[in-house]
Design a protein around this ligand. Structure first.
Ligand code: SUD
Ligand code: ADP
Length: 268
C-alpha cells in the first residue's frame, strides 16, 4: 500500500516578546518563527480506523492514544465531514516539551499529510489548526513568519538572511511545561518586537528559574567560535546558536557535552 511521508520541522522562536494577557487567559505574543530543515517525520497509509505508532529516540513516554497527532486527525475528519481512517507512523527525533514545536510540528504534519491522503480541501487544516495548539498554525506553514495575538495570527517574513543559516540546537534534557513557564513569567511588558536580532526571549528568565541548566547551555554556546546569535527557543529548555559557517557549527557540535541533546541543522 502507498505510504505518504511528511516532515515535521523543528520550530525556533528567533525572538519572543510577551506583551500581556489575552481575554482568554493566554498570553499576547510577538514572535518570529523560523524552521529547521530537520525534525520529526510522520508517515501514513490508508486504513479503516485511525491509529498511531511511535518510534525513534524520543518515542518513550509518549502516548499512542492521547497524542496531538490524533487530535489533529480527529479535528480534520470532523471539519471535513469524512469517514476515513489512517495508520500513522511517527518517528520522534525531537525531545518532548522542549520549546521547538515537537507536538505542534507533528500535529501540523498530520494536517498536511491527511489533507492529501483523504483528498480534502486544505482550508479545513487551516481552520482546525489554532484549536489544537497556538503554535500549530505556524507549524502548518513551516515558513519564517511573524506571530501575534496567541502566536497564531501570522504574517510571512521576507528575510533572505534566515534561510540556509547553519544552526546548532542544544537541550539539557530537562523537559519544561509550556504552561508552567508562562505561569512563571513576571508580567512585565518590555516592549514591542522590531528587528529579531535585537529582540529577546521574554520567557527565558521564567524558564531559567525552573531549569537552571539553561544557563549552562547558553554560556556554553557563547564560548563557541562563530556562534553569532544565541537564544532560548519558545518556553525552553532548547537553546540555539546561529553560526557564520557550517564548519564552525560542526566544530561546536563535536564538542557538545554528551549528557545534552544537540542537533546540527540549517534554517529553512
Ligand atoms: C511558547 C511557544 C512559543 O512559540 O512555544 P513552545 O515553547 O510551546 O514550543 C508557544 O506559544 C506555545 O504554543 P503551544 O505549545 O502550541 O501551546 P498550547 O498548547 O496552545 O498551550 C500550552 C500552554 O501555554 C499557555 N499559552 C500558550 C500560548 C500563549 N500565547 N499563551 C499561553 O499562556 C496555554 O495557556 C497553555 O497552558
Ligand atoms: N506528538 C507529540 N510530540 C510531543 N509531545 C506531544 C505529542 N503529543 C502530545 N504531546 C504532549 O505535549 C506536550 C509537549 O508540548 P509542549 O510543552 O507545547 O512542547 P514544546 O515546548 O516542545 O512545544 C508533552 O507534555 C506531551 O505529552
Amino acid at each position: 500500500m502507498m505510504k505518504y511521508s511528511e516532515p515535521a520541522p523543528a520550530k525556533l522562536n528567533l525572538a519572543l516578546h510577551v506583551r500581556g494577557k489575552l481575554p482568554d487567559g493566554r498570553h499576547s505574543l510577538e514572535t518570529i518563527f523560523a524552521f529547521c530543515i530537520d525534525g520529526d517525520r510522520l508517515e501514513a497509509e490508508k486504513a479503516d480506523e485511525l491509529n498511531l505508532s511511535i518510534s525513534g529516540p524520543f518515542a518513550e513516554g509518549l502516548s499512542t492514544t492521547d497524542n496531538l497527532v490524533l487530535d489533529a486527525a480527529k479535528a480534520l475528519k470532523q471539519a471535513a465531514g469524512v469517514d476515513a481512517g489512517a495508520s500513522l507512523y511517527l518517528t520522534k527525533k525531537l525531545p518532548v516539551a522542549s520549546g521547538i514545536g515537537g507536538g505542534s510540528a507533528d500535529a501540523a504534519a498530520a494536517l498536511r499529510l491527511l489533507t492529501g491522503l483523504w483528498g480534502i480541501d486544505p482550508r479545513h487544516a487551516v481552520d482546525v489548526a489554532p484549536a489544537i495548539g497556538s503554535d500549530v498554525p505556524a507549524c502548518l506553514l513551516s515558513l519564517s513568519a511573524k506571530g501575534t495575538e496567541a502566536g497564531d495570527k501570522l504574517e510571512l517574513v521576507q528575510d533572505p538572511s534566515i534561510s540556509g543559516t547553519p544552526a546548532l540546537l542544544v537541550n539539557p534534557l530537562v523537559p519544561l511545561s509550556t504552561g508552567a513557564v508562562f505561569a512563571a513569567w513576571d508580567g512585565i511588558d518590555r516592549g514591542p518586537l522590531g528587528d529579531w536580532r535585537r529582540g529577546r526571549n521574554d520567557l527565558e528568565a521564567a524558564a531559567l528559574t525552573l531549569a537552571p541548566d539553561i544557563g549552562h547551555v547558553l554560556d556554553w554556546l557563547g564560548t563557541q567560535p562563530g556562534a553569532g546569535f544565541i537564544r532560548m527557543s519558545g518556553s525552553g529548555a532548547t537553546c540555539f546558536a546561529l553560526f557564520d559557517s557550517e564548519a564552525e557549527r560542526d566544530a561546536a557540535a563535536a564538542t557538545c557535552p554528551s549528557n545534552w541533546w544537540h542537533l546540527a541543522t540549517f534554517l529553512r
